[in-house]
Design a protein around this ligand. Structure first.
Ligand code: ATP
Ligand code: MG
Length: 260
């Protein structure tokens, strides 16, 4: 398994910068509402290595979504530094940031954000068409992504003709279609019943184990957290504990995670 992961990363040319996909130091994020300001992140340090599957847990309002938004470059920070595959986010233009997000990041949210008038495959290929990939190539890659999530027979169906779990598989296929360096998921199973949630989590786990997919998953569900490599706990805008069960039991992974 360890060998498989490192080979996959090497073949994608994805592991420069000691395999750090995202790294954050002393990140502070303040929201201003009227005259009040609120510090949603109070100096957060956080690093994700290639091939890791990380859970972010913590009470409502602790800053989980804020952390995802700033680490993925969707929102700005007040102070601190963020590097994406070794590149300082602050030095990237808006255009470069947007392009990086489109090409190197995938997003999965609790609500599906699928366009109702488009079929499953059309929803998946939309980001490719927007970034200039040809119709034919976009269709080929989108069908492959649907296959990866077990939906190859459902390509022509519109979201309304799919179950909640199938819709979430479509959004996962869409997140994967660009072969991203990292996938961000904010409560991806929050709207699903527990059996379907378990299936979706199983799929994300399989993509991590089989393909080395790097992901950060915000969840309230301890059972989901337990299926990741590492749980990062947040409280009041701070990371309070890091639990690395796999790194403790499989020292070899440490070497792989640090890129050696
Ligand atoms: N756009 C905003 N303007 C003002 N305050 C905000 C904004 N977004 C978030 N906050 C505040 O920042 C804090 C952290 O919010 P965040 O959404 O990151 O929490 P969360 O951990 O994701 O919570 P949940 O589990 O409920 O999704 C909260 O107190 C919230 O009210
Ligand atoms: Mg949230």
């Amino acid at each position: 398994m360890v060998l498989g992961r490192s080979m996959f990363r090497a073949s994608r040319g994805n592991a420069p910068h000691s395999g750090e996909i995202v790294s954050a130091r002393a990140v502070v994020k303040t929201y201003a509402t009227g005259k009040e300001t609120f510090q949603a992140l109070k100096g957060v340090d956080f690093t994700v290595h290639a091939g890791e599957m990380v859970a972010v847990m913590g009470p409502s309002g602790s800053g989980k979504t804020t952390l995802l938004n700033v680490l993925s470059g969707l929102d700005t920070i007040d102070s601190g530094q963020i590097w994406l595959e070794g590149k300082d986010l602050a030095t990237m233009s808006d255009k470069a940031r947007t392009a990086y997000r489109a090409q190197r990041m995938g997003f999965i949210f609790q609500v599906y954000n699928l366009l109702p008038v488009l079929s499953a495959v059309e929803n998946v290929e939309l980001p490719l068409l927007v970034s200039g990939v040809s119709q034919k190539e976009a269709r080929r890659r989108s069908m492959a992504a649907l296959e990866r999530v077990g939906l190859d027979g459902w390509a022509a169906h519109r979201p309304a003709e799919l179950s909640g779990g199938q819709r979430q598989r479509v959004t996962i296929a869409r997140a994967l279609v660009n072969n991203p360096a990292i996938v961000w998921a904010d409560e991806p199973t929050g709207a699903l019943d527990s059996k379907t949630a378990n299936e979706i989590m199983g799929l994300l786990h399989e993509l991590n184990q089989r393909d080395g997919l790097t992901s950060v998953i915000v969840t309230h569900d301890p059972a989901i957290g337990a299926r990741t490599d590492r749980i990062v706990r947040m409280r009041d805008g701070e990371i309070v504990t890091r639990i690395d069960p796999i790194l403790l039991t499989e020292p070899n992974l440490l070497a792989t995670a640090s890129g050696s």
